[in-house]
Ligand binder design. Structure first.
Ligand code: CDT
Length: 316
């Protein structure tokens, strides 16, 4: 018996700094209605879906960033998303800036069941960028200024009859992200992103190379862990800064099965079979049979590059 679910990747076009939360939620609701017409079981929105990608703005006084954060979820402005999704019987996931009651700040995402209950929360672990204004860069990427690294790990939840995990943007470039979820049997990873189309520290790295690394990361993560991936962009020009598109669905063999070709609000809807993950999980990536953890110690013992293990060994 196949385990079919219909997923809707809900790409958002640009959100300007001056745009209100209400106007963004209205756009998200419109996409949700469109997804319902296509009988989606799950809608996935991007990272920091409710605001512009504000880590590009340096604010000397960090507290001035507070209006970009949500202090409760759902809050008054996001409640309509929860209510409409529940009425439509649709699960959803979206990213947002989270402020906790004890003053912590995270780049987070939620997984909301079709009942409207939050079943999972993820807090971005691999924060890219820097803390202080860097005049050497063509643009700022201040995630390390505004957020703390996530403290919830990479859990996987039972949802929609399968095992669903979340990751956020830069997390996709790190094999550890995928493998920790892979070791929980993940069958679908949902992932939002805001990726500038140029490298702020390398003028020659533009859209083509950025897209190459994006696809490479998603396809490798999907294949090596035999999981579906739904990756959703916030795209287009935000206050003069270009974010690439590249919203796509990748199958457990690592193949891109669908991809949006524009940078505006739009949907990519596909019916996927979670049982397509079984072949990979039972054969080449049957972790229990094939992994050799006695040789992987460095991965959790060392953060940065250190001395080579073979240093001073016999010359062969
Ligand atoms: N949002 C986010 O994580 N963006 C990063 C940009 C990397 S360059 C600092 C990404 O991995 O796409």
């Amino acid at each position: 018996m196949p385990r079919l679910i219909t997923v809707a990747a809900a790409q958002l076009g640009p959100i300007q700094r001056a745009d209100s939360r209400g106007s963004v939620v209205a756009r998200m609701l419109k996409l949700m209605e469109d997804a319902a017409r296509e009988r989606a079981d799950l809608i996935v929105y991007p990272e920091l879906a409710l605001t512009t990608f504000f880590p590009r703005w340096y604010l000397e006084d960090r507290s001035q960033a507070e209006p970009w954060f949500e202090s409760c979820m759902p809050g008054p402005e996001t409640l309509p998303l929860f209510e409409r999704a529940r009425a439509l019987g649709m699960a959803m996931s979206f990213g947002y800036a989270e402020a906790t009651p004890v003053g912590q700040h995270f780049n987070s995402s939620v997984l909301v069941a079709a009942t409207g209950q939050i079943v999972g929360k993820y807090r971005k672990i691999h924060l890219p960028g820097h803390v202080e204004h860097d005049p050497e860069r063509t643009h700022q990427h201040l995630e390390k200024r505004y957020f703390e690294p996530g403290d919830l790990g990479f859990p996987v939840w039972n949802c929609l009859g399968g095992l669903v995990g979340m990751a956020i943007c830069n997390d996709r470039r790190w094999p550890e992200t995928w493998r920790v979820m892979g070791l929980q049997g993940v069958e679908l990873v949902v992932l939002g992103f805001n990726t500038p189309s140029v490298n702020s520290q390398k003028a020659g790295e533009g859209l083509a190379e950025r897209m190459f690394h994006h696809r490479l990361s998603l396809q490798a993560g999907a294949y090596q862990n035999a999981t579906w991936v739904v990756a959703v962009a916030k795209a287009g020009v935000e206050d003069g800064h270009h974010l690439m598109g590249g919203t796509m669905i990748v199958d457990p063999e690592g193949r891109i099965v669908a991809e949006l070709d524009h940078e505006a609000d739009g949907l990519l809807v596909r019916t996927i079979d979670l049982d397509d993950t079984r072949f990979g999980k039972e054969t080449i990536f049957d972790f229990k049979r094939h992994r050799r953890i006695e040789h992987y110690g460095l991965i959790t013992k060392r953060t940065g590059v250190g001395a080579p293990l073979g240093k001073g060994g016999p010359e062969l």
